[in-house]
Design a protein around this ligand. Structure first.
Ligand code: PHE
Length: 360
């Protein structure tokens, strides 16, 4: 029986090995992936391959032919081995680029950015004003929003028949002890009385917080708004201390060129009382066509005055020994004046186009 491994001479062997090689190279080229290539490798150079059979046949050859035959077999084996390696590299590269393609991320793709928030402008102003006064040696105090009428009015020298106590101005709440009249605090001033009751003088505090009034919303009123209260009580505090303190605050908050003026006013809990104006930051003074101050040159900023002796007495302080000043400012107003905001409604509309203009 003739087999392809029965070699009769160098020419036959050459032809046979060429055929073996060509067949092997075709199979190698046809291997579609590395698994297929591994199977081909076993078939073309493994123990049962034609190449292995040819090597085994060398033993039966006459010695003078063996050397050339061996060299031929080695050459073919090397060619096949080189083709296997080349094909292996090609398949590995193809597999890698397929994987890269599968895992590819399109960096030009539009994505949903996570919005980054910021503190509300009101909170920023509260923090900034508090910081200014902390820098002047003040502490920050707080108090409840649902307040006893005693602290909101009586302790602050505000008589029972004062118009601010009417339901049309103040929002009352049915809460707690029925004997106690309670309201949503109409200003932050009750924190003055609460703080003095709890602390020995001297007192230097600012007290930020929400306040409530029975107001209809318009461009300059909200029923819920914010104030920052200030209170200084010590021996020998004078009106010039009040003016100097507020002037320093105005310079730090509105800019170093800012001037202040005071106009007489009335508050039940201070005597004398005043309103403080700051010079308009937007124009050169009275007579202009400024849209911020309407040509007045001054902007109304806050209420203030010397603490009424009756308030000191109400909290157990000795008015013969102590004097003090107090002030209360609207946070929304501070923000509107400084940033030229035309309606107080912007603060509660929660329109991000407004809010994100004040990233602090
Ligand atoms: N509480 C006053 C108001 O709400 C402001 C004020 C505070 C005035 C302290 C004088 C002293 O209008």
């Amino acid at each position: 029986m003739e087999t392809t491994t029965s070699l009769t001479g160098p020419m036959d062997l050459t032809e046979h090995l060429n055929a073996v090689r060509d067949a092997a190279l075709r199979q190698i080229e046809d291997a579609a992936d590395s698994d297929a290539l591994a199977a081909v490798e076993a078939a073309v150079v493994g123990r049962d391959s034609e190449v292995a059979a040819a090597r085994r046949g060398l033993g039966q050859m006459p010695a003078e032919e063996r050397r050339d035959a061996g060299r031929l077999i080695n050459e073919v084996a090397q060619e096949i081995q080189a083709a296997l390696e080349a094909r292996s590299e090609v398949l590995a590269a193809a597999a890698q680029s397929a994987r890269i393609q599968a895992e590819a991320i399109d960096v030009t793709l539009d994505y949903q950015a996570v919005p980054v928030g910021n503190l509300h402008l009101i909170q920023q102003v509260i923090d900034e004003v508090s910081d200014i006064f902390v820098g002047l040696g003040y502490h920050v105090a707080e108090g409840p929003e649902a307040e006893l009428a005693w602290y909101n009015f009586d302790a602050l020298n505000t008589p029972a028949d004062h118009p601010s106590r009417l339901g049309m101005d103040t929002m009352y709440v049915d809460y707690g002890n029925p004997e106690d009249e309670m309201n949503l605090r109409s200003h932050t001033s009750p924190i003055q009385a609460r703080y003095m009751e709890q602390h020995e003088p001297p007192v230097y505090i600012v007290a930020p917080g929400r306040a409530y009034r029975n107001d209809t919303i318009d461009a300059s009123h909200l029923p819920v708004f914010h104030q920052i209260e200030g209170l200084a009580v010590d021996t020998n505090i004078t009106f010039s201390d009040l003016k100097g303190t507020l002037a320093e605050f105005a310079r730090q908050f509105f800019g170093p060129e800012t001037k202040v003026r005071m106009r007489p006013h009335f508050f039940p809990f201070t005597e004398p009382s005043a309103e403080l104006d700051v010079s308009c930051f937007n124009c050169d003074g009275p007579g202009s066509t400024c849209r911020v101050c309407k040509g007045v040159g001054w902007l109304e900023m806050l209420g203030c005055g010397m603490v009424d002796p009756n308030v000191l007495t109400a909290v157990g302080y000795d008015p013969d020994e102590l004097t003090g000043f107090a002030f209360g400012m609207g946070v929304e107003r501070l923000a509107m004046v400084r940033h030229g905001i035309d309606s107080i409604r912007h603060f509660i509309d929660n329109d991000v186009r407004f809010l994100e203009q004040f990233r602090g």
